[in-house]
Unconditional design. Structure first.
Length: 296
């Protein structure tokens, strides 16, 4: 018996705001990353489905977990990841953490504070970056920078989709205390255009998210794999631009996503700068290592 796939959105890695196992990443690492993404996409589609009842959603998430852990083959979207974990001798924990977040999505639709939202990101966002780092064999010391980047990406997504999430699935990631502090409420998300109070609230949250970027920007130089450094630097660059849009535009009535040509231009500039920076660093290190001690 297999889990019915009719609940799936059809969205793929090519539809995301940020690169997912792009051609920048070494070919030998793309299969496990894509398997992880497709596992996460299946879980996300179940949790966000507008008509499935709570019991059905949780049953799909349970099937994904049981299949991932080898206790069943019912959820086909978990089979590829299970095999990649076996081949790479990797833990299933980062995938299990994601399932915790998706189960929370099914049963919780409001967040009281910023700290409560960050705790959600600990399971919904941080495991993604940690998995990619593990696939590349990077040390756990890089996690702190990845955590900051992935949390920023998650909150950017929440701010971009705040109206859609409320209208379609009655889920609000905007902290309720921030809405109250700015003199507004959840109901304001149903309007065709954000009120001045809601705009101020969203700008405040975008600015708080921007505060994560300095730590996130330390990820590219902290990883050993050059291709991963380029990929993560591109993502940092895209995050910076999207935060800028969220600080100046209304996500209820204006576009706060990047067009493919715009994103590609940012990616090209950022990638070139990262490669030049790493080349300069290598050259400086090589020169230093060849110098006599009294010349340094």
């Amino acid at each position: 018996m297999t889990v019915d796939g009719k609940y799936k959105s059809g969205k793929s890695e090519r539809d995301e705001n940020f690169p997912v196992a792009s051609r920048i990443v070494s070919a030998r690492h793309r299969a496990p990353i894509l398997a992880y993404y497709r596992f996460a996409r299946a879980a996300d589609d179940a949790a966000d489905h507008p008509t499935l009842d709570t019991q059905s959603k949780l049953a799909i998430l349970d099937a994904l977990e049981e299949t991932l852990l080898g206790r069943s083959d019912a959820a086909t979207d978990a089979l590829a990841l299970r095999e990649q974990l076996r081949l790479r001798n990797l833990s299933a924990q980062h995938a299990l953490d994601l399932l915790k977040a998706f189960r929370q999505d099914v049963t919780k639709n409001r967040y009281e504070t910023w700290d409560e939202l960050l705790d959600y990101c600990r399971y919904s966002a941080m495991p993604v970056g940690r998995f990619v780092l593990d696939v590349h064999g990077e040390p756990a010391s890089t996690w702190q920078h990845s955590d900051a980047l992935c949390t920023a990406l998650q909150i950017i997504n929440h701010l971009q989709d705040c109206a859609k999430d409320y209208r379609n699935i009655d889920r609000v990631y905007i902290p309720l205390d921030e809405l109250s502090l700015h003199g507004t409420s959840v109901a304001a998300l149903a309007a065709p255009k954000a009120s001045p109070e809601l705009r101020a609230c969203l700008r405040t949250l975008a600015t708080r998210t921007e505060g994560l970027i300095p730590n996130a920007a330390l990820l590219p130089p902290s990883v050993a794999d050059t291709r991963l450094a380029v990929e993560t630097s591109v993502i940092v660059g895209l995050a910076r631009k999207l935060i800028g849009l969220l600080k100046t535009r209304d996500p209820l009535s204006e576009t706060v996503h990047l067009s493919k040509p715009h994103a590609a231009a940012i990616a090209a500039r950022t990638a070139a700068a990262t490669l030049m920076g790493r080349a300069f660093t290598r050259a400086a290190f090589t020169k230093s290592s060849r110098m006599m001690p009294h010349e340094r």
